[in-house]
Design a protein around this ligand. Structure first.
Ligand code: FAD
Length: 155
């Protein structure tokens, strides 16, 4: 049986290198998820993560138990686990989306200027998921110093 599991969490600010954290999380996620037919999306904004995991129930629940122990985030808000026939993120072992116009608009429509996990509920969650599915994937880039002008693709 397939499920969709979504949660939001707060990034642990004691880890100072956001790019390094995101890069290592996404590398690990894409490797494991691809091998285990897990699909989903990771969204990051305003020091919060939102993640949706879709796939076989047993594998997703086991993975989520590991994710909950990860020190790179805390204060995990879990949403209702849904049984699904079809996955939304079928093309993505783990899509990554940063704050973009559609997502900003989604939160503005809820009366919020920034991503606030506690504003999410079972009704507006599916709208957010559809926005994340249609939003472009963000490539993580590390800015280089003045001596090495430009940016370097990080992923
Ligand atoms: P090990 O590599 O043995 O690590 C042991 C412990 O250290 C674990 O608690 C691990 O979570 C933690 N850890 C590992 N690397 C770091 C680090 N650089 N800094 C701090 N703590 C660390 N993994 C997936 O496979 N799929 C996903 O979709 C996925 N999504 C994630 C989303 C978020 C927001 C975060 C924070 C992590 C995610 N991870 C994901 C990573 C996951 O939490 C585990 O790190 C991974 O599954 C490996 O687990 P392990 O017990 O084998 O870890």
């Amino acid at each position: 049986m397939k499920i969709r599991l979504c949660y939001a969490s707060t990034r642990n600010e004691s880890s100072t290198d956001l790019i390094e954290d995101l890069s290592s999380i996404l590398n690990m996620a894409r490797d494991f998820n691809e091998k285990n037919a897990i699909f989903g999306v990771l969204y990051y904004a305003n020091n919060h993560f939102f993640q949706c995991l879709e796939g076989d129930k047993e594998i997703v629940l086991e993975l989520f138990d590991r994710i909950k122990l990860d020190l790179r985030h805390y204060n995990i808000i879990e949403f209702e686990v849904i049984d699904i026939d079809q996955v939304i993120f079928k093309n993505w072992s783990m899509k990554y989306v940063q704050n973009g116009s559609k997502i900003e608009l989604f939160f503005k429509n809820l009366g919020l200027e920034v991503f606030t996990p506690s504003a999410l509920n079972e009704d507006n969650l599916i709208i957010l998921l559809n926005e994340l599915a249609s939003e472009k994937q963000t490539r993580i880039r590390r800015k280089m110093g003045l001596n090495q002008r430009g940016v370097t693709s990080y992923l």
